[in-house]
Design a protein around this ligand. Structure first.
Ligand code: ZN
Length: 146
């Protein structure tokens, strides 16, 4: 079994709409993300004998650095007259919670694998771990065949 592991810190802000507590106010964290992909043997580039560039996975996390993480229903931050679109990343789901940031990173990882390894019928086991604070950590596991 082979394992590819990428991790990165990113500084990002969010707020939880309709949340009855302090998390409804805009606040930031220094997040930490880890993406692990396992498979029996990764396909290699024939000339270089290299598999997926680690940077491709790290970029998923680094793409969230110094951004406002929002849900699709956050009309204020999605209004280009109020906030620069470049500074905003839309998370899946109703709120940019740690659960949905992990889902975002999982979906992006599946996309990167699908683009890089396209339809070879290989099974990959992906684990994404997102740490919002010392105490808030969320992980997702998914097995996909690409
Ligand atoms: Zn938070």
């Amino acid at each position: 079994m082979e394992k590819l592991y990428a991790h990165a810190h990113f500084h990002a802000a969010h707020r939880q709409l309709d949340y009855n507590g302090k998390c409804r106010f805009v606040h930031g964290h220094t997040w930490h993300g880890e993406i692990t992909v396992q498979t029996e043997r990764f396909p290699r580039d024939e000339k270089l004998d290299i598999t997926l560039d680690f940077g491709r996975l790290k970029d998923i996390l680094k793409g969230l650095d110094h951004r406002m993480l929002v849900s699709e229903r956050d009309e204020l931050f999605l209004n280009p007259d109020v906030f620069e679109p470049e500074g905003v990343v839309v998370m899946p789901g109703l709120n940019p919670s740690v659960e949905n940031v992990a889902t975002y990173a999982m979906n992006e990882t599946v996309d990167v694998l699908a683009k890089h390894f396209s339809e070879q019928g290989i099974e990959y086991h992906i684990e994404v771990k997102i740490q919002e604070t010392d105490n808030n950590i969320f992980t997702i596991d998914r097995t996909v065949t690409i």
